[in-house]
Design a binder for this molecule. Structure first.
Ligand code: GLU
Length: 424
């Protein structure tokens, strides 16, 4: 485990990441195994105070973070999360998963993540803007298009990225579009970015389903989380005639054995801000989500959802990790023993960061591509990554997660080794 004074003990997301690294270590060549400890500590972790003036004139303080886990292969890359449970242990793990994710896709980035412990639903639009601008100015000295490039995550969106870009640019004295990705399209954002993560879940899911001879048409799909990732994955499976039987969001869980009509559901959510109360399905207990008869489960909310106990209960043939870190390592073992295929987060949800990379490249070149070109490039990169991971799992007799970590760690640690340890 870790000997970091600030990340000891507990059963947090960072501990999950450390256990995942321990599992890959025996597969690494000896010369690289010497460098594994590099992954068990973040390169840099910044904690900032974010005071803002609320609409009622009072001052409130929020705690913000930016963690750069590893920069061996290039600038840091990863989202900014606004959520009431954000804390250092979680942000460290999320940053580390970005290191692995960018390496599996062979994007020229390291891994980073940031966040503010706040419930964005409780802030007005003006308060949210003030929070974003103050947070950006507090982390401005460690971000930049060649240093570390934030993006959206849970609780943030293109508008927030636009404010971040504007605030950073004001400090520099000129417009720096490449400092963040996931921006609105007219501010240097990329076409296809908003839907890219859900699209990647669908593309990787279909490819692995084909290998398992699991027919997507009529397959039953259950989705936890109906934000940017879950809703787009649902749309694409629905268009392929899969049956979306169960959806859980922050308002509740809905079930319909013959399939939920998604167009009607989207119209309902627009009015009611959540799935609860939708008349085209029955409301079930949140915990019953894990007992539903289904072929595919897509956890697309937060980490730490698939516990050992739920891993014993759930009925799917395949799990598509739209969220980061939804499965505990011990639950991984149980699912593996039960023959349930997991398409791990570091490849399954990598569509977002892949199109973020395309956005950064377009910003650097000030030359923008069509949506068809972006989707085509995304599909090709993701299909190739699944093929590479699948072959590596086959060669090593291991799970797709371990295989993805083998490929990623080889790339990261080779870079680490070749760069050498300063001052030598
Ligand atoms: N927050 C997303 C993720 O977890 C996207 C990160 C990015 O685009 O940099 O992969």
């Amino acid at each position: 485990m870790s000997n970091l004074s600030y990340a000891n003990g507990g059963n947090g997301a960072w501990q999950t990441f450390l256990a995942q690294v321990d599992r890959v270590a025996p597969y690494l060549s000896e010369d690289l195994a010497d460098y594994v400890d590099t992954l068990k500590r973040p390169k840099r972790a910044l904690i900032v105070d974010v005071p803002i003036i609320m609409d009622d004139g009072s001052i409130q303080h929020f705690e913000g973070y930016r963690v750069q886990h590893n920069l061996s292969r290039g600038p840091g890359k990863g989202g900014i999360r606004y959520h009431p449970d954000v804390e250092l242990n979680e942000v460290m793990a999320l940053a580390a998963w970005m290191t692995i994710k960018t390496a599996v896709l062979n994007l020229p980035f390291g891994g980073a993540k940031g966040g503010v412990r706040v419930d964005p639903r409780k802030l007005s639009a003006r308060e949210l803007e003030r929070l974003t601008r103050r947070f950006t100015s507090e982390i401005a000295h460690i971000i930049g298009p060649q240093k570390d490039i934030p993006a959206p995550d849970v609780g943030t969106n293109p508008n927030v990225m636009g404010w971040m870009m504007d605030t950073y640019s004001s400090g520099q004295g000129y417009t720096v579009t490449g400092v963040v990705t996931g921006k609105p399209v007219h501010l240097g954002g990329s076409l296809g970015r908003v839907k890219a993560t859900g699209r990647g879940v669908y593309i990787t899911g279909c490819q692995v389903a084909e290998k398992l001879s699991l027919n997507i048409e009529n397959a039953k799909v259950s989705i936890q989380g109906f934000g940017n990732v879950g809703s787009e994955a649902a749309n694409l499976f629905y268009l392929s005639n899969a049956k979306i039987v169960c959806i859980q969001d922050h308002t509740g869980t809905i079930f319909n054995a013959s399939g939920i009509e998604l167009n009607a559901l989207h119209a309902y959510i627009e009015q009611h801000q959540g799935v609860d109360g939708f008349e085209g399905a029955e409301r079930i207990d949140n915990e019953a989500f894990w007992d539903v008869e289904t072929d595919i489960i897509i956890p697309a909310a937060l980490e730490g959802q698939i516990t050992v106990e739920r891993a014993h209960r759930l009925k799917a043939k395949m799990i598509l990790e739209g969220a980061n870190g939804p499965t505990y390592p011990e639950a991984d073992d149980i699912l593996n023993e039960r023959g349930i295929m997991i398409v791990p987060d570091v490849i399954c949800n990598a569509g977002g960061v892949t199109v973020s990379y395309f956005e950064w490249v377009q910003d650097m070149a000030s030359y923008f591509w069509s949506e068809a070109e972006i989707n085509d490039r995304l599909d090709k990169l993701m299909v190739q990554a699944v093929e590479d991971v699948w072959a590596c799992a086959h060669d090593n007799g291991c799970t797709l997660r371990t295989a993805a970590y083998i490929l990623a760690c080889e790339r990261i640690l080779k870079a680490r080794k070749e760069r050498g340890i300063f001052p030598g």
